[in-house]
Design a binder for this molecule. Structure first.
Ligand code: ATP
Ligand code: MG
Length: 557
């Protein structure tokens, strides 16, 4: 069936041909993160692609942690990666895999290369090795240790493996070609000494294979049919091919590269994201401003929105920068369909209805969602004193201001029309309450005197509401390309990316709001109960996203 569907990008084309022409019988892909940080929106593109292709073509996709560097890796990152991939909605075939599962085999293969005269132990220091490597315009120089005998190499590698050598004192290198135009082929290091415990293998090893030596072989050992990776690995492909040609691997995966996701106003590099965490620019990897999957989740973004975004951006081989507005569009589009509506006043101003019966509370009703009957209607207690948004009232205003003005009418959303009559101020001259008259004949209809209110504002009962805190987030960076060229991305962290409003008043339907469940606060945006801060009595809501894109306006003010 899948083979008949029309390919939507070049990778689908290639895979379909390989299947149709019988070059492979089943598609097997993998998502291979290095557990040295949390997964981010860039990884989501690779996850959706690899798992998506497997699904489209009835194949399977593995989840493998490429864990060759114990110094930078941690179990915490492994656990987070597993959680994030499942949260995105994907299921890997079999157990979670690790490159470290193959350490014994890789070590044997390293010995095999030595025996075949294709690898040698080199005593050059890392600096010396760099100097010998040459540049893009000049060839490298052979290491003085390149012609060591097989016996000597075997003994030295064994000594490295036994822990008898110091870290950095020597390494095992593939003997390929120091004059190759491709620097990756200039006798790359395949094993190095690292006297560090490993999160999966403990103290079993003190030599570890390089990423380049492990990656392709692990793909082959797992029976991966198509190794899909980002463009920077194109130059490594000849090296992977060399390993595969020189080792008795069970299958030859086909490597295909695609362009990584780059987003403006965002950094997608685990190293830089780690720096934001380590240097406390943000509140951890899952800070709602972070482009990590855990940050997006905590912010209130759904997996469906991320998957839709990945579909929207497509897959190509040309590097381009995606406008973060596209991600925001996908988030908004998803929430508009799914989020129940609610009213919440972020910066309250008290309204007193002078002609409403004292002590009376009536229950008004409002739809849970304008076009979803499956969501229950909301009950809104209405009484003689209410909160409205401070910015929804002015003593005087011109005609463009379609909210409450002294002497003018406005509709309270899902309720009556009111007219402002007088203000009450404190000794500092600040307005502390607005006295209004309510027209009780206006529920669901316009006033009989024919003067139509110009605007609609939201409100919450002063007596029956839930106190809450609201966190308004803006983009974490105030520059479209914070890490371009030699820029230091830390110089472009937006100092106004978080605004905390701690005296907000939510309608009663927000009592018991679940973590991860997003609401549309009418007129204010989409909000999601935070999983870290707040309590049942006073929850914290994160603004997932505003209702409309106000960014462009703000930038040009
Ligand atoms: P980072 O620079 O953030 O550390 P990485 O490529 O080193 O990224 P890995 O953990 O090695 O991160 O990546 C796992 C997989 O995700 C790889 O196949 C990689 O190509 C892919 N990937 C990483 N970043 C992106 C991105 N921005 N767009 C698409 N795919 C990505
Ligand atoms: Mg990396």
């Amino acid at each position: 069936m899948a083979l008949e569907t029309k390919p939507t990008h070049f990778l689908q084309n290639i895979i379909r041909e390989d299947l149709v022409e019988g070059r492979v019988s089943q598609l097997v892909t993998r998502f291979p993160p290095q557990p040295n940080g949390y997964l981010h929106i860039g990884h989501a593109k690779s996850i959706c692609l690899n798992f998506g292709l497997a699904k489209t073509f009835g194949g399977c996709c593995h989840l493998r942690f490429d864990d060759t560097n114990p110094v930078k890796e941690e179990e915490e990152y492994v656990a987070a990666g597993i959680r994030d991939v499942s949260w995105l909605g994907f299921e890997w075939a079999g157990e979670v895999r690790y490159t470290s599962d193959n350490f014994a085999q890789l070590h044997q293969w390293a010995i095999q290369l030595i025996k075949d005269g294709k690898a040698y132990v080199c005593d050059l220091s890392p600096e010396q090795a760099r100097a010998h490597r040459g540049t893009l315009t000049s060839v490298g120089t052979n290491s003085p240790y390149r012609e060591r005998s097989v016996e000597e190499n075997l003994a030295l590698f064994d000594s490295m493996t036994q822990g008898e050598k110091e870290e950095g004192s020597c390494s095992l290198r593939a003997k390929i070609n120091m004059a190759s135009p491709n620097i990756n082929l200039r006798d790359p290091v395949i094993y190095r000494i690292k006297k560090a415990p490993h999160h999966q293998t403990g103290n079993t090893w003190c030599v570890y294979p390089s990423y380049d030596f492990s990656h392709g072989q692990s793909d082959a050992l797992e029976g991966i049919s198509h190794s899909i990776c980002t463009l920077e690995f194109e130059d490594h492909r000849p090296l992977y091919d060399w390993f595969i040609a020189n080792l008795p691997v069970p299958v030859r995966p086909r490597q295909i590269e695609f362009a990584r996701l780059r987003l403006n106003y965002t950094v997608v590099s685990k190293r830089k994201l780690k720096q934001l965490v380590d240097e406390s620019y943000v509140d951890g990897w899952n800070d709602p401003r972070m482009p990590t999957l855990s940050g997006l989740r905590r912010r209130g973004v759904s997996p469906a929105a991320i998957r839709n975004f990945c579909d929207m951006i497509g897959v190509t081989r040309s590097d381009s920068v995606v406008d973060v507005g596209m991600l925001e569009f996908a988030i908004r589009d998803d929430l508009d369909k799914s989020a129940p509506r609610a009213m919440c006043v972020l910066e309250p101003l008290k309204i007193i209805l002078t002609n409403y019966p004292v002590g009376q509370i009536e229950i008004l009703s409002a739809p849970g969602h304008p076009n979803r009957d499956d969501l229950p209607a909301r009950q809104l207690p209405f009484g003689g004193s209410l909160y409205i948004e401070r910015e929804d009232f002015r003593e005087q205003a011109n005609k463009k201001y379609k909210r409450l003005v002294l002497g003018k009418k406005v509709r309270l959303r899902n309720a009556y029309v009111i007219q402002a009559e007088s203000v009450e101020k404190n000794s500092a001259g600040e307005i502390i309450a607005v006295h209004c008259r309510v027209d009780l004949d206006t529920l669901g209809k316009d006033p009989v005197d024919g003067i139509k209110p110009k605007g609609v504002i939201h409100w919450v009962s002063t007596e029956q509401h839930i106190d809450c805190e609201v966190r308004l987030y803006d983009r974490l960076f105030n520059d479209p390309a914070p890490d371009a060229g030699d820029k230091n991305f830390l110089d472009y962290v937006n100092p106004d990316s978080l605004k905390v409003l701690s005296d907000c008043k939510g309608e009663l339907s927000l009592v018991g709001a679940e973590e991860g469940c997003s609401y549309q606060f009418e007129r204010n945006g989409y909000f999601c109960r935070d999983s870290k801060f707040g309590s049942a009595e006073k929850p914290v809501f994160n603004r997932v996203i505003s209702l409309r894109d106000s960014w462009v306006k703000v930038q040009h003010k």
